[in-house]
Design a protein around this ligand. Structure first.
Ligand code: SF4
Length: 500
């Protein structure tokens, strides 16, 4: 009997300790429910999603964050930012309120939750990325907090169990003179009526810095109307801490060869946003003869190539590739492209041109080359991301992005030659460049040189030339063209007129 019991206990213990079984057992996690629209992202996701969802959800969130960051670089006011971001958020990261009875509520909240955690993985690796990620996530949270239904927001905040202490009437009376003194001209009666919280002063640095609270005994006495600042400070503090923890866990993730490339791509996209080329203009609109008159509508990376070709009658390999694909993206036909390049390379004979340059242009258009190239119609025009990060120009090469690859003196002189002489714009470009926000410098110049047309388009409510931050040279041209050159009724529809 005793021996049998001992056997049973031993086998029970083996079952408990058998790590192989534990290792391969299916983990049981509780499915998340999302009672609130807002989320502090405390618990990581646990359900399975496909790799496609993993990547697409992260990219969608990234688009929203990158644009939000662009709004702050362009000094948009909170109201302008909210108006600018609304259509983007509705498109890429919608988040309905609980009272909306949207059938997609659970999926929207799941996407929001998962995409946040995926980007945490992508942006936890360096301090700079962590800081930027925390800043834009806080900005996104702020936008949503402000637009949330007041009742739902109250329920969300109550559920956070934050360490705030409501200040009782007796204490409020006792410190009233001090509250009034710190109240920036508000009356004592208003102070009494308002709900007050006290909180460790280190938790609300923003309020302390701007002197919007009373500091006493290690506490900050915060009026109820500043609740948002307290919630935001808490959100940022928790996210900073979580990102630190994630960064320590990252080396283990390197072993996963499905996720690592996706995460690496996502973080590089955050540094220089990716974009696909916009569809080309109406075929036949742009011809070899019209290109010189269109140079002012090109972004600086392309107008300098056009000018260099016209003055030196030569461009090296990468410059030719960058420029050919850009022109192809405008809708320039192969025949016109060959004609344009031939007249540009006026210092060489027909024979040399045909032998050394003609083939590469045809190849870029997919007219020659392997089957894959021909079927795919050749290469796509380069995005800013590609131009900014791949094949930096060496001595004597003219390709690349002037905002990144030129010296500041050369960049300033080039901009001045193209008519950008406004001191504040040049100073803004210099600042953007120092912060490595090259495409922001380019957008700044776009907004400056099209200021009149953008104003008119806004007044007419057409939004031509507006929209997301430009991250593709062909998109720069498309908007400039629509604003300045085209006698266009509707985008993509009617005839456009070009000189030449
Ligand atoms: Fe060209 Fe992009 Fe640089 Fe602008 S930011 S100059 S479009 S590469």
């Amino acid at each position: 009997m005793i021996r049998q019991d001992a056997k049973r206990i031993a086998s029970n213990r083996r079952a408990e300790l058998d790590h192989r079984k534990k290792q391969f057992a299916t983990a049981k996690f509780q499915e998340h429910t999302y009672p609130h629209r807002l989320n502090f992202y405390i618990l990581p996701p646990t359900a399975d999603i496909t790799l496609e969802q993993f990547e697409q959800w992260a990219i969608d969130r990234l688009r929203v964050l990158a644009e939000l960051e662009a709004c702050s670089f362009r000094n948009k006011t909170p109201a302008e930012t909210a108006a600018h971001m609304k259509p983007l958020m509705d498109k890429y990261l919608p988040l309905s309120s609980s009272s909306s009875s949207s059938p997609n509520l659970a999926l929207e909240r799941k996407k929001d939750h998962y995409s946040h955690f995926i980007l945490r993985l992508a942006f936890a690796s360096t301090e700079d990325l962590r800081r930027r990620f925390a800043r834009v996530e806080t900005a996104l949270f702020r936008l949503r907090f402000q637009s949330d239904d007041a009742r739902e927001r109250g329920a969300f905040v109550a559920g956070l169990n934050l360490e705030w202490e409501a200040v009782g009437d007796a204490e409020k009376k006792e410190i009233l003179p001090e509250l009034v003194a710190a109240g920036q001209g508000r009356k004592a009666s208003e102070m009494v009526d308002e709900g007050w919280f006290k909180v460790d002063w280190m938790k609300v640095p923003e309020l302390v810095e701007s002197r919007r609270v009373l500091l006493k005994g290690g506490y900050a006495y915060v009026p109820g109307r500043e609740q948002m600042s307290m919630v935001l400070a808490e959100f940022t503090a928790r996210l900073d801490k979580a990102l630190e923890q994630t960064s320590r866990a990252l080396p283990r993730l390197d072993e996963d060869d499905r996720l690592s490339p996706i995460l690496a791509h996502l973080s590089s996209t955050f540094l220089t946003p990716a974009s696909t080329a916009p569809s080309s203009m109406v075929a036949g609109t742009i011809t070899a003869a019209s290109i010189p008159s269109l140079l002012p509508n090109f972004p600086l990376c392309m107008s300098t190539l056009g000018t260099t070709l016209a003055t030196t009658h030569h461009l090296k390999h990468y410059a030719r590739l960058q420029y050919t694909l850009f022109l192809k993206g405008l809708g320039l036909s192969l025949a016109d492209s060959l004609q344009y390049w031939r007249s540009g390379f006026s210092a060489v004979t027909d024979d040399t041109f045909n032998k050394e340059y003609r083939y590469n242009i045809r190849h870029a258009y997919g007219d020659v080359g392997g089957d894959g190239n021909r079927r795919g119609g050749g290469y796509s025009p380069f995005s800013c991301q590609k131009i900014l990060t791949e094949h930096p120009p060496g001595p004597g090469e003219a390709h690349g992005c002037p905002y990144r690859h030129y010296s500041l003196e050369n960049l300033t002189a080039t901009l001045q030659r193209t008519g950008v002489t406004d001191g504040s714009v040049l100073k803004g470009v210099k600042d953007d460049r120092e912060k490595m926000k090259y495409h922001m410098a380019c957008n700044r110049v776009f907004e400056h040189v099209h200021a009149r047309e953008l104003k008119r388009a806004k007044e007419e409510g057409t939004n031509i030339g507006g929209g997301e931050t430009i991250v593709h040279p062909n998109e720069y041209f498309r908007r400039s063209f629509l604003l300045k050159v085209g006698a266009v009724k509707k985008e993509g529809g009617a005839e456009m007129e070009v000189d030449g």
